[in-house]
Design a protein around this ligand. Structure first.
Ligand SMILES: C[S@@+](CC[C@H](N)C(=O)[O-])C[C@H]1O[C@@H](n2cnc3c(N)ncnc32)[C@H](O)[C@@H]1O
Length: 389
C-alpha cells in the first residue's frame, strides 16, 4: 500500500466546507478545515485526483517536513537535510515562497532566501552544480509556512493556480473566478436537473462551469500543465489512471442559455465555449436582460452583473432594479442567484433573498444572493410549498 502523505488544499475564504466535501468524496482522509484551506491525507493518487477533480481548490501543497528551530543556523540545517533532489534536477529551476507569522525572521522574504540557499548548497555539495531561481516559470515551487518557531516545507503540486482551467482562451475584462463560479453552482444545489440561464453571461464562465458540472467533466480536463509534471518523481502511469477514473456524460437532458447586451463579450463567451467543446449544449444570444425569459420552467438563473468597478455602468441601481423586475415578472417558477460586491445595488433588486452568503471573487468581497421566484403573493406561495412537501 502507498504511504499516507499530508496535503493542504488552498481556496478562497468561506469555500472551505465545499472543498472539504469535494475532497472527502474523492477519497481524502482526515479532512480538516483551516482558514482558506483544507488539510487532508492520502497517497500520490489522491494528490493527482485533487488537482484534476476539485472544482473549488486553488492549489494543492504536499508537506515534505515539519520542524522547530531556535535560530537561523538550525533553520538552514533542517532545510539542507531535505532531499530536494527527489523533485528537482541539479540544473533545474526553482522558487521558494514563504509566509511568516511571529517568528525570529523579520520578513518572509528573508526566510525564503535562507531556505533557497540551503537547498542550493545541498545540490552544490552533492553534484557540484546548483539549480537556479526562476520566479515566473520554475520547475519546482517550494512553499514555506512559518508560525512562531515551527516551519513546514511544502512542494506545490499545482504550479499555476487551479482556477486556470484551460478553457479561457479569450478574456472578458471583468470575469468571475472559475473557482468562485463552481462554488456558486455548488451552493445553489443545482446538479443539472433543469435548464441553466445566465442573462449577463460576459465571457461565459458560469455557463462553462455549469455544463462541466452537469456533464461530469473534471475541473482540469482542458488543462495541460500541473506543477507535479515537472518533478523528477512524476508518475505518468498513475496520472493516466487517475484521469481515466472520470465518468464523463455524453449528454444531459437540459440546455444552457447565455445572453449579454454586448456582442463583443458574446464573441468571447463563444470562443471559450468552443474551446471547452460545449458548443452543442450552449445557446448564446445578444439581449438586454429586460428582454429575456426562460424557454421552459423551472430553470436556474445565475448571473454576475457589473459591480461598477471594472465595468462602468451609467446607473447601477437602475440596472439592478431591472434585474429584479425581470426576475419577478419573467422568471416565475425559477430559482435565481446573483453575485455582486455592491450591497446597495443588490438591495435595488427588491426581492426577498432566501440565501445570503459572503464570497470573494479574487480580492473583491461579494454577496451571493439566492431568490425563489413565484407568481403573486409570498404567503400563498409559502403555504402551497409547505402543503406540497
Ligand atoms: C461582470 S460581467 C460578467 C462576467 C462573466 N460572469 C464572466 O465570467 O466573464 C457583467 C456582464 O453584464 C453585461 N450587461 C450589462 N448590462 C446588461 C444588460 N442590461 N443586459 C444584459 N447584459 C448586461 C455586461 O456586458 C457584462 O458582460
Amino acid at each position: 500500500m502507498e504511504k499516507t502523505e499530508y496535503f493542504i488544499a488552498k481556496t478562497f475564504a468561506n469555500l472551505e466546507p465545499l472543498l472539504a466535501e469535494e475532497l472527502t468524496q474523492l477519497g481524502a482522509k482526515n479532512c480538516q478545515i483551516m482558514s482558506r484551506a483544507v488539510a487532508f491525507e492520502g497517497d500520490m493518487g489522491m494528490m493527482y485526483r485533487a488537482n484534476y477533480y476539485c472544482r473549488t481548490a486553488l492549489r494543492i501543497l504536499w508537506r515534505q517536513c515539519k520542524f522547530t528551530f531556535a535560530n537561523n543556523r538550525q533553520f538552514y540545517e533542517q532545510i539542507f537535510d531535505f532531499p530536494a533532489e527527489r523533485f528537482l534536477d541539479a540544473r533545474g529551476t526553482m522558487v521558494v515562497h514563504a509566509t511568516n507569522v511571529d517568528s525570529i525572521f523579520k520578513t518572509p522574504l528573508f526566510a525564503a532566501l535562507l531556505a533557497k540557499d540551503a537547498i542550493c548548497d545541498r545540490f552544490r555539495d552533492l553534484y557540484d552544480v546548483r539549480p537556479s531561481v526562476d520566479k515566473d516559470d520554475p520547475d519546482v515551487q517550494f512553499s514555506l509556512h512559518i508560525y512562531k518557531n515551527e516551519a513546514q516545507l511544502f512542494v506545490d503540486s499545482s504550479g499555476e493556480s487551479l482556477h486556470k482551467r484551460g478553457y479561457k482562451v479569450s478574456n472578458h475584462p471583468a470575469p468571475i473566478n472559475e473557482v468562485v463560479a463552481a462554488a456558486m453552482i455548488q451552493l445553489s444545489g443545482w446538479k443539472g436537473e433543469c435548464d441553466f440561464i445566465d442573462p449577463m453571461c460576459g465571457g461565459g464562465t458560469l455557463l462553462v462551469e455549469a455544463a462541466m458540472r452537469a456533464l461530469n467533466i473534471p475541473a482540469g480536463f482542458y488543462r495541460r500543465d500541473y506543477g507535479f509534471m515537472r518533478w523528477k518523481n512524476f508518475d505518468s502511469d498513475l496520472w493516466k489512471s487517475v484521469r481515466k477514473e472520470a465518468k464523463i456524460r455524453e449528454d444531459v437532458p437540459v440546455n444552457f442559455y447565455g445572453s449579454d447586451i454586448n456582442g463583443r463579450f458574446l464573441d468571447i463567451a463563444e470562443t471559450n465555449i468552443i474551446k471547452a467543446r460545449l458548443k452543442d449544449f450552449v445557446t448564446l444570444k445578444r439581449l438586454d436582460i429586460a428582454d429575456t425569459s426562460p424557454v421552459r420552467t423551472p430553470a436556474l438563473v445565475m448571473t454576475n452583473p457589473p459591480y461598477g468597478e471594472r465595468l462602468q455602468v451609467k446607473d447601477l441601481l437602475e440596472l439592478y432594479g431591472t434585474i429584479g423586475t425581470t426576475l419577478k415578472h419573467q422568471y416565475a417558477g425559477c430559482r435565481a442567484f446573483v453575485i455582486s460586491s455592491d450591497k446597495d445595488a443588490l438591495n435595488a433588486i427588491g426581492l426577498r433573498p432566501s440565501l445570503k452568503k459572503t464570497l470573494y471573487n479574487g480580492s473583491i468581497e461579494c454577496r451571493f444572493m439566492g431568490y425563489e421566484l413565484f407568481d403573486g403573493d409570498r404567503k400563498e406561495y409559502a403555504k402551497n410549498k409547505k402543503s406540497a412537501e
